[in-house]
Write a new protein. Structure first.
Length: 483
């Protein structure tokens, strides 16, 4: 257990350190901003206090004249020294545009802030105790100098600032310790997952029982039977929400792929069960007494050949889709006239199926595609129309071109497709009418293959159908531009 903790600590140390340093630097930056705000507020407070004290002193001068030692009114002002001056002293004048903000009595006054010099017998803590705000103003044409002492106010502000600094230092050092543990705990599941992935990627033979138990404990909530499990985003930290979203999206895709795979295997097994059962039935018939009965023998042979052909077709279609899903089927692209290909399909179909009326309506339409695959898709559409169109009815094969697209269309006058089934007809093994599909011998894979071929060439299938009126299915492909 200790070794495992050390490995987890090693995996997450770099990320934990970086996050901890970043958060600590951000915290220090916030403290500096807070200190600057406090100092700025203190300067503004002292300035306002100095202005108010100077204004009060000017108004007393206007009413009572210069101060006398026995007058209590000046003593009430406190922290203020007032005495006549020779005039013409230095100091800062308020710029003209801003003078209207100040009272009329002190607009033209000169102001000076006296900051004491650092002396050996004065510590840094007491250096601002003698801070003064000096105002040279004329009252009734008599120049006066007003000095406001900030000793008590500075004492309060500097003690508040010291308390603020101490609190910040305590918080900063406490954060270094607690935040690292918090980040490490948050990243522990990721570290454990990385540990397991690293273990699996090493070619060191089979996992031990302990390693398999550890892996099973880590991934217990995510398995094939519970792929619908998702990470709760509401209880996830903001920093890991993007990772949680990515994992949920991955689980969603895996779950959908697993569901489709399970359905595909189930449907394929169901489709193979029927011909296998028929072959077994006829084989048992031959074994019991059909060997000596020429009629039964021939019937069994014909049935076995038919079912074997159906199985061969189904297996070939399954292999086609499997190669398509694995991206192992390479296209042999060539430029050809889709109208010429439709003429070939029409001629072959007339020879094979003589029970329907076939009509051909074609125009020249160049495409750049795999000729064999496009022909296979066209044959699927024609065979589909033959299966669901009564004998003696018309089937139309047409090729048209418009703009940058071409259409290979097969229109029949068959049974049609119910509106609620149209969105699903391209799903593998789907049949709108199971009983009629069984009678025609369809596997439910043809339109899926045609759809894959269309999409592989950058095209799509269009479907227009009405029950008891017929269906029109079009293979739409990009037109080939002649240079």
């Amino acid at each position: 257990m200790k070794a495992k903790q050390e490995r987890i600590h090693t995996i997450g140390f770099s990320l934990v350190s970086k996050l901890n340093v970043q958060l600590w630097v951000r915290l220090i930056g916030m403290f500096l901003s807070l200190n600057m705000l406090f100092l700025g507020t203190s300067v503004v407070t002292l300035f306002i206090l100095g202005e108010q004290s100077a204004l009060q002193a000017v108004r007393v001068l206007e009413l009572e004249g210069p101060p006398k030692l026995d007058e209590n009114q000046w003593a009430d002002l406190r922290r203020i020294d007032v005495f006549p001056s020779a005039g013409g002293g230095g100091g800062l004048l308020i710029p003209t545009p801003f003078r209207n903000v100040f009272p009329e009595e002190t607009r033209s006054a000169r102001r000076t802030v006296k900051i004491p010099r650092f002396e050996e017998d004065i510590s840094l803590y007491h250096i601002f105790d003698t801070l003064q705000y000096k105002v040279d103003v004329s009252v009734q044409d008599v120049p006066y100098t007003i000095i406001v002492h900030f000793t008590s106010v500075v004492w309060v502000l500097k003690n508040l600032f010291v308390v603020l600094l101490i609190a910040q230092m305590v918080i900063a050092f406490k954060t270094i310790i607690t935040r690292a543990d918090l980040i490490r705990n948050i990243l522990r599941p990721i570290s454990e997952l990385a540990e397991q992935a690293q273990t699996l990627s090493q070619e060191k033979g089979p996992l031990s029982i302990g390693e398999m138990e550890a892996l099973a404990g880590t991934l217990d909530e995510i398995n094939a039977a519970r792929l619908d499990t998702r990470i709760d985003l509401d209880s996830t930290q903001d920093e890991l929400k993007n990772l949680a979203l990515a994992i949920n999206s991955l689980l969603e895709r895996i779950n959908e792929s697993y569901r489709l795979q399970a359905r595909f295997v189930s449907d394929a097994s169901h489709e193979l069960r029927t011909p296998i059962a028929a072959i077994q039935g006829y084989a048992n018939l031959l074994d019991r007494w059909g060997k000596n009965d020429p009629d039964a023998l021939q019937e069994s042979i014909d049935a076995i050949k038919e079912e074997a052909a159906n199985m061969k077709e189904l297996v070939e279609q399954l292999l086609f889709l499997a190669r398509g899903d694995n991206h192992t089927m390479h296209l042999q692209i060539e430029r050809f006239d889709l109208g010429d290909l439709a003429r070939i399909i029409h001629g072959e179909t007339e020879m094979i199926s003589g029970g329907h009326i076939f009509e051909l309506q074609i125009a020249s339409a160049l495409v750049a595609a795999d000729r064999g695959l496009v022909k296979q898709a066209g044959r699927i559409l024609v065979d589909n129309a033959i299966k669901y169109t009564p004998v003696g009815e018309k089937i139309t094969i047409s090729v048209t071109a418009h703009g940058d697209k071409v259409w290979f269309t097969v229109q029949d006058s068959g049974i049609g497709i119910p509106p609620e089934d149209i969105p699903y007809i391209f799903d593998r093994f789907y049949r709108a009418d199971e009983s009629r599909a069984r009678a025609t011998g369809g596997t439910g894979l043809g339109l899926s293959i045609a759809k894959w071929i269309a999409e592989r060439h950058g095209g799509y299938l269009e479907v227009l159908s009405r029950e008891d009126f017929g269906s029109r299915i079009s293979l739409v492909l990009p037109a080939s531009v002649v240079n």
